[in-house]
Design a binder for this molecule. Sequence first.
Ligand SMILES: CC(C)(COP(=O)(O)OP(=O)(O)OC[C@H]1O[C@@H](n2cnc3c(N)ncnc32)[C@H](O)[C@@H]1OP(=O)(O)O)[C@@H](O)C(=O)NCCC(=O)NCCS
Length: 151
Amino acid sequence: MAATSGISVVRVRRAVEEDAAALAALAVQLGYPCEPREAEERLLALLPPTDHAVFVAETPEGAIAGWLHVSLSRLIESPLRAEVNGLIVDGTKRSLGAGKQMLEVAERWARERGCQNVNLRSNVLRERAHAFYLREGYEHYKTQKAFRKKL
Ligand SMILES: CC(C)(COP(=O)(O)OP(=O)(O)OC[C@H]1O[C@@H](n2cnc3c(N)ncnc32)[C@H](O)[C@@H]1OP(=O)(O)O)[C@@H](O)C(=O)NCCC(=O)NCCS
């Protein structure tokens, strides 16, 4: 799957079951403890071509440089939009264009499904990621508090 720009040192493709261990290792880098078995179970639930897509950036040597999870948000109050739920590039493979290429593929996926916007949320601490998103044409339009309840 060719991206429209960026340095083409990686190829972006759909994730497959065999990528689960690499996805888990990168999730840990992102700050989310994740066992390979857990990543495999979660990935398998996302693989059917429904409202979710998981893409990976693969180096010419076959290593997984990063992954991106995008989904459709079906809301009452807003037109159909896409949400980037997770994005990580390996710490040793950053600034090579992998993040940009995966975003472009996700945006095309969203456009093809009729989305008018791509949204994403990013922890206030991730200042370098914020610079990356602004450079890629995203606008900082809202700041929120995140709540949760243990069930
Ligand atoms: C943000 C991220 C996905 C960008 O991926 P990438 O492949 O490095 O992006 P690109 O090569 O297309 O663009 C590089 C730009 O991203 C930005 N960037 C953000 N975090 C960076 C990091 N830790 N190291 C290097 N560049 C980073 C810089 O602006 C950089 O520009 P530069 O190369 O001119 O310095 C990646 O840096 C990353 O995984 N960061 C840690 C996890 C994270 O914050 N994920 C986003 C969660 S919302």
